[in-house]
Design a protein. Structure first.
Length: 289
């Protein structure tokens, strides 16, 4: 288990209108381990499901038998409904498998441009799983660029209340919040709003850019945050997101807890995967901060 310290203050008692903006995020707290195909995990072997096809990337091909062929994407994570019911699974699905191509891609959106790994989401029914003893092509990982290689990790999901990045708020409310933050030294953006580390759902931070108006590429509808893949579990700006159980670790163990997956996106940043609110099977929208 990993425990996020309680906030120093309840910001909703200082700015009551913020109570309506509360969201619950699931901090995943990945830690290096040996997860099984039947576990929810990051970076481990995926469950072999009959209808699942390993996605490939034609933009970054690889040589095979003297020919260039699409490169298989790397398995990044899988989540079962039983462990993370907060994920908006389609009705007939209980398993989400995430892959990415660990090379930089350039994707243009109406309001932004993305540069980072291409991401593929597979929504599956785990009852169609093959025998775990059978050959599982999803368990083999090709050699990739080191910064995008994900170390196998077990998870300790924890539900934490978040508040939005200030730019998400209406103008008058944001002005009042910023004023209260300055007067009381609350450090809202760092300690009270958006959690660090890998997480499911909740709010997105816009610390590297102004807020972007992201929409679904397929239907132009609204999107919501599905997954955040973070380069580290906390940072030096605040110890709020540093789990209590990790504070007495020796140096080597602390380094593994701080950067558990070994993956670094952007400049030690975070990759966010947004999905359409009307149909999660539409193309995901990607952003790095």
């Amino acid at each position: 288990m990993r425990t996020t310290p309680a906030p120093a203050v309840d910001i909703a008692t200082i700015v009551p209108e913020l109570a309506a903006w509360r969201r619950t995020t699931v901090r995943l707290h990945p830690r290096p381990g040996r997860p099984r195909p039947a576990d929810s995990h990051i970076g481990g072997p995926l469950l072999a499901v009959a209808e699942a096809v390993r996605p490939t990337c034609a933009e970054h091909p690889m040589e095979h038998d003297g020919q260039l062929v699409p490169r298989p994407m790397e398995s990044v994570a899988q989540f079962f409904r039983r462990d993370v019911p907060e994920i908006p699974y389609p009705a007939e699905c209980d398993l989400l498998q995430v892959h990415w191509c660990p090379n930089d891609h350039c994707i243009e959106y109406p309001d932004s441009e993305y540069g980072g790994p291409a991401v593929s989401l597979a929504w599956l029914d785990s009852t169609g799983a093959a025998d775990e003893s059978a050959d599982n092509p999803f368990s083999r990982v090709e050699p990739y660029e080191e910064s995008y290689t994900v170390r196998p990790c077990r998870l300790s999901p924890e539900r934490v209340v978040e508040f939005p990045y200030a730019e998400e708020l209406p103008g008058e409310l944001m002005t009042r919040l910023v004023a209260a933050d300055r007067e009381r030294g609350l450090r809202y953006q760092y300690a009270l709003s958006v959690a660090r580390g890998w997480k499911i759902g909740g709010w997105a931070s816009w610390h590297a850019t102004d807020k972007r108006n992201l929409t679904c590429p397929d239907c132009d509808g609204a999107v919501e945050l599905l997954l955040k893949a973070d380069s580290s579990e906390w940072d030096g700006a605040s110890d709020r997101w540093w789990p209590l159980e990790d504070r007495d670790l020796d140096r080597d163990a602390l380094d593994r807890a701080y950067e558990p997956t070994g993956a670094e996106v952007g400049r030690a940043g975070e990759l966010r995967v947004f999905v359409c609110r009307d149909d999660v099977r539409h193309q995901p929208v990607l952003d790095i901060q």
